[in-house]
Ligand binder design. Structure first.
Ligand SMILES: C[S@@+](CC[C@H](N)C(=O)[O-])C[C@H]1O[C@@H](n2cnc3c(N)ncnc32)[C@H](O)[C@@H]1O
Length: 240
């Protein structure tokens, strides 16, 4: 097992511990107080269009080793390679590239960082010409309803798209109205643009206790699969 994978997993376990031990009011955990807050501050930095610096970071390290880790599940859930896929908060992840190389060419990538989207567009314009890139907020999608077969939100070494909105300061046991609204808006918008029979895949270290509330709707079904080796992560599958 690669050292980077172990370190990433350990960081994520610490983060989850923080979520579990966060104190009311202070927003600090007993764990983070013992460790000091330097590490804590960087782990919990929530990316915004202004704070993302694509110029200084060309790497695209993903905490799961590669798409290969989930390719089997992906092909099982999505047998139709012509499916239209929406990648939410794509960042500079290689996931879209790897899915494309597996034969799924109909991928639409969005992120609210215009700098990042432009950089990704230039990077892939020749090698992956069918991929689309749009600067867009996941809480307000400008796509027509019922137009995608799959939407994907994948967490990263730092909080992913829904995770980024969820791990703002505050108590995860009792999230602020702003956090609830942001996560609810993302899921509302995803369900709106998915066709009937579509699938929302959310891949994260976030445990079911903190995620179910945003993903459970009367008109959809939710399946949760635990994945990974030393450190578990979760695949949430919402079917419309
Ligand atoms: C930590 S990165 C994860 C990127 C990618 N999914 C991955 O796994 O590497 C979170 C991404 O979500 C984007 N993001 C956060 N909130 C967003 C929002 N409301 N609308 C669109 N993108 C958002 C950020 O710009 C950032 O690129």
């Amino acid at each position: 097992m690669k050292t980077s994978y172990i370190l990433t997993g350990a960081r994520r376990v610490l983060r989850e511990l923080r979520l579990h031990f966060t104190h009311h009011g202070t927003g600090k955990s007993s764990v983070s107080r013992r460790l000091g807050n330097q590490e804590d501050a960087s782990v919990y930095r929530v990316p915004t269009p202004d704070t993302i610096d694509m110029e200084s970071d060309d790497s695209s390290f993903d905490w799961f080793k590669s798409y290969g880790d989930v390719a089997g599940i992906f092909r099982e859930l999505l047998p139709d390679k012509s499916a239209r896929i929406l990648m939410l908060g794509c960042g500079n992840s290689k996931l879209s590239e790897e899915i494309y190389d597996d034969g799924y060419k109909n991928i639409v990538n969005i992120d609210y960082s215009g700098v990042l989207i432009e950089k990704m567009r230039q990077k892939y314009i020749e090698s992956h010409p069918e991929m689309e890139w749009h600067e867009m907020d996941i809480r307000e999608l400008s796509f027509a309803s019922d137009t995608f077969d799959v939407a994907i939100d994948k967490d990263h070494d730092e909080p992913g798209t829904m995770d980024a909105m969820m791990t703002t300061k505050g108590d995860v046991w009792d999230p602020s109205q702003e956090v609830i609204d942001n996560c609810t808006q993302e899921v509302d918008e995803v369900l709106r643009v998915l066709r009937k029979g579509g699938t929302f895949l959310y891949l994260t270290f976030g445990q079911p206790h903190f995620r179910r509330r945003y993903l459970t709707r009367a008109e959809t079904t939710l399946e949760v699969r635990a994945l990974g080796e030393a450190f578990h992560y979760y695949l949430y599958i919402v079917r419309t």
